[in-house]
Design a protein around this ligand. Structure first.
Ligand code: 7TS
Length: 417
């Protein structure tokens, strides 16, 4: 499978086979076939460098953090805070205090809902979301709306899966309190014009939460350039462990917010009369955090930064173009999501074949894709499909794997012919 020469439009400086050698799981076989892992939007794989860092932490550094003077606790604390500094640099946050470790994007958004929403959003206030949002950037806001009487307004998309930007400004009024928008759609791959949207929202004094779960792994993210107020992403989509993610928030906002969870570490002092909360970021990190996972995520962003997020974006774009051209040539295949500005996500349907059958048959060829609604049911409703098959790429995917996908789809179509 790897014998095929890489097409010439791939940046010569990027050697995908060398990168692939770092990932033990990419060497395994599934159903007797070399694994072709194209479910990266759900979760990406971990290079040996990150696995080694986790082993080193567990073997020589583990203890609880922020609480003891013994050597291991000091080591673990230093490694955990060093990971925070690495994440700060990765997104170019001005201050490490603005980087809060959460369990993932979902918890990060829920933190904003509880910490910001429940304090500042009241009955009649409005929150602007988009049709493209993952359920985790919809449901928390519905819960808030139900609790407070706030109102959700939704920015629609066009037939290509692009946000209807001309309809954004008219959604604002004196009651608008927050905008929540994904940087990249997980179901369609559309890259949203978040920088422009943030500028429009700020002109009306409205803060913006960006769901960066599908952007941070695939392109350089600079929160100062975006000027976003909040930016959320997950470690496990970024070659890091599960159970860890980040909420970036502007310090001035985080300081005004109420804590999300109460417990140890998030306080300066506790008495039954009065508890004084800790400073940021600790105010939002109650209890023992996922220390190992945070350190692993630090190693993961080191790994990605060494390759270069620009290089990663370029290679993935070449994969997208190569795959799109071939998918467009397949009769009976409908691509869902054809935004001009797209990340390497390919959602499609095949005439007369249910996506779950497509996924099951592809798996028999060792090809891992996701089928279903991708936790984005409003997107499925917009395109009037119950589900799609989704191939989502990472920088370690090769052109040969695109060929394997195309061959796999052809044989699925033959089975159902
Ligand atoms: N936001 C977006 C845009 C996502 O793609 C996902 C996960 C989440 C939030 C939630 O992230 P979590 O790490 O907290 O679960 N998306 C997907 C997906 O596309 N397939 O599986 C999970």
């Amino acid at each position: 499978m790897n014998a095929r020469a890489e097409p010439t439009h791939v940046t010569p400086a990027f050697d995908v086979e060398r990168v692939r050698a770092d990932f033990p799981i990419l060497q395994i076989e599934v159903e007797g076939k070399p694994l072709v892992y194209l479910d990266n939007a759900a979760s990406s794989q971990m290079p040996q460098q990150v696995i080694d860092r986790l082993v080193r932490y567990q073997s020589t550094e583990h203890a609880n953090i922020h609480r003891a003077v013994h050597t291991l606790s000091e080591r673990a604390t230093a490694a955990y805070e060093e990971a925070r500094a690495k994440l700060q640099r990765f997104i170019n946050a001005p201050d490490a205090r603005e980087v809060i470790f959460t369990s993932g994007t979902t918890e990060a958004i829920n933190l904003v809902m509880h910490g910001y929403g429940r304090k500042f959003i009241k009955a009649g206030d409005e929150i602007i979301l988009t049709t493209l949002e993952h359920h985790s950037n919809i449901v928390p806001w519905q819960m808030l709306a139900e609790e407070t009487g706030a109102i959700l307004r939704v920015l629609p998309i066009n037939d290509a899966g692009e946000l209807c930007l001309d309809q954004f400004e008219p959604l604002f009024n004196a009651h608008t309190k927050l905008v929540g928008v994904s940087h990249v759609s997980n179901a369609l791959g559309s890259i949203n014009p978040v920088r422009q949207m943030i500028a429009l929202a700020h002109a009306r004094g409205v803060p913006v939460l960006v769901d960066g779960a599908q952007a941070a792994p695939h392109m350089p993210v600079d929160v100062q350039d975006l000027e976003c107020d909040f930016y959320a992403f997950s470690g496990h989509k970024l070659c890091g462990p599960t159970g860890i993610g980040v909420l970036y928030g502007k310090a001035a906002l985080l300081e005004k917010m109420q804590p999300f969870k109460g417990g140890g570490d998030m306080i300066l002092s506790v008495s039954f009369e009065k508890t004084i909360y800790n400073t940021i970021p600790y105010k939002f990190e109650a209890g023992t955090p996922p220390i190992a996972a945070a350190i692993g995520l630090g190693a993961a962003v080191d790994y990605l930064s060494a390759i270069g997020m620009d290089t990663i974006a370029r290679h993935e774009h070449a994969l997208l173009q190569y795959a799109t051209a071939q998918l467009n040539d397949l009769p009976g295949l409908r691509l869902i999501g054809t935004a001009e500005n797209k990340a390497a996500v390919l959602s499609f349907t095949l005439d007369g074949i249910h996506p779950h059958d497509v996924g099951t048959l592809l798996n028999q060829d060792g090809i891992a894709v996701r089928t279903g609604h991708h936790c984005a049911q409003p997107v499925m409703a917009r395109f009037k499909v119950p589900a799609t098959t989704r191939a989502s790429f990472a920088f370690y995917n090769s052109m040969a794997e695109v060929d394997a996908l195309i061959a796999g789809i052809r044989s699925v179509q033959k089975v159902f012919a």
